[in-house]
Design a binder for this molecule. Structure first.
Ligand SMILES: NC(=O)c1ccc[n+]([C@@H]2O[C@H](COP(=O)([O-])OP(=O)(O)OC[C@H]3O[C@@H](n4cnc5c(N)ncnc54)[C@H](OP(=O)(O)O)[C@@H]3O)[C@@H](O)[C@H]2O)c1
Length: 366
């Protein structure tokens, strides 16, 4: 049987440590968890079974293993120390007999996005970022449809546009919409991206290093590697759709509390084919996985046991290829969730109604 392993790590330190060690999660503060994570060894989490291809009937098995570092720790520690810990975690995958290894969340963000890690390991490696791009852009397109925002005349924004995932998301959305804002902190990289993408793009492209342009956007895809939230209620226009792919999240929980006229969706959740059991609660409902996990599973079902998505320059061809492979085996964009709760059609109707009200109130005020 072909097998895979997937590296996870604590994102919200207290909540995620509690999922494996309830007592430690209770007694340690966030600061203490950040500190102790430096000295903690890699952790075996669980076996994953039941994944079955819809088209071939092939079954595979996998394992969750954890790198103990939090995002904060991965940014603070020297890159070499972080690589070493992820490679050490990868060695656990090799001992388990995994045929391919996926890098979850910040383990795929750090440094050169998997290249050094793949070079040091015998097991093939993928970041899962190609399928993450495909699922995130599809989620934005689907959310635009249900919110009745015509794509071809829409104004959109990609926050974290110069990142590994953001760049290709921007490239794909630039073919869909009328205007597209590219947002990050470094203006040189943004300008270089704008120049490259503008050639042949349908959309008129703009760049910004400030969130202040966000109220112009009806559709926002956000995928930064910021450790704290960066999108707040005042940044969003009524009726906007925000697809948050970042982990930790980019969108403040305050948005859910303060704005009932905005649709925030979690990017990157997919249905897994077959009666999958993760034997571990990573916060999703049963049968659902992050797109980056799904890429690792889909490659295993396809028997593509090779280095797949590595580095910061993901190609559109790779995104299209993994989307076709995943679709063939039965992975599907899952229903929308917002801050870890399912979004119902009734809620969408309420958001649309509130957005209409806010917009007409704004018109009266003007
Ligand atoms: N949902 C999933 O399935 C999934 C899968 C893989 C990864 N992810 C998540 O996706 C995110 C991005 O990953 P990546 O590999 O694309 O990272 P990356 O290559 O490091 O890119 C990060 C981007 O964010 C920008 N950025 C960083 N901090 C910022 C801030 N404070 N304000 C505005 N922009 C900021 C960076 O540009 P500047 O430095 O110029 O600001 C860059 O454009 C991470 O949160 C990761 O955990 C999710």
């Amino acid at each position: 049987m072909d097998t895979f392993a997937f590296i996870i790590h604590p994102i919200d330190p207290k909540r995620d440590v509690s999922r494996k060690y309830p007592l430690l999660g209770k007694i340690l503060s966030e600061k203490q968890i950040n500190f102790f994570s430096t000295f903690f060894p890699p952790v075996y989490i669980s076996e994953i079974d039941g994944i079955t291809s819809e088209s071939t009937g092939k079954q595979i098995k996998g394992w969750f293993i954890a790198c103990p570092f939090t995002p904060q720790r991965m940014l603070e520690l020297p890159e070499r120390t972080v690589y070493q810990k992820i490679i050490q975690t990868g060695r656990m995958a090799e001992h388990l007999g995994a045929n391919i290894l996926g890098l979850g969340a910040f383990t795929s963000v750090v440094g050169d996005a998997g290249v050094t890690i793949a070079n040091a390991l015998d097991v093939p490696v993928t970041t899962g970022d190609s399928y993450t791009v495909s699922v995130a852009v599809d989620a934005v397109r689907q959310a635009a449809r249900i919110m009745e925002i015509p794509l071809e005349s829409a104004t959109a924004a990609v926050v974290g546009a110069t990142g590994a995932i953001g760049k290709v998301c921007a490239e794909l959305l630039a073919d869909d919409v009328a205007e597209l804002y590219l947002i990050a902190r470094h203006s040189d990289a943004l300008e270089a991206l704008r120049e490259r993408l503008q050639v042949g793009a349908r959309a008129k492209l703009y760049t910004s290093t400030s969130m202040d342009v966000l109220p112009k956007a009806q559709l926002i895809l956000t995928v930064t590697s910021a450790v704290h939230d960066i999108i707040h209620p005042e940044h969003l226009r009524p009726g906007a759709v925000v697809c948050d792919v970042a982990r930790p999240r980019d969108v403040s929980v305050m948005v859910a509390a303060a704005r009932n006229d905005i649709l925030v969706i979690d990017g990157g959740m997919v249905d897994v084919p077959g009666p999958v059991d993760f034997h571990f609660n990573f916060g999703f409902p049963p049968g659902k996985a992050f797109a980056c996990m799904a890429e690792t599973m889909a490659l295993t079902l396809e028997g593509r046991l090779e280095d797949y998505t590595l580095g910061k320059d993901i190609t559109r061809a790779r995104v299209e290829e993994i989307a076709a492979i995943a679709n063939k085996h039965g992975f599907r964009l899952s229903g929308f969730r917002s801050f870890e709760r399912a979004v119902t059609p009734e809620q969408i109707e309420i958001v649309r109604e509130n957005a209409r009200r806010s917009l007409s109130a704004q018109k009266v005020a003007h």
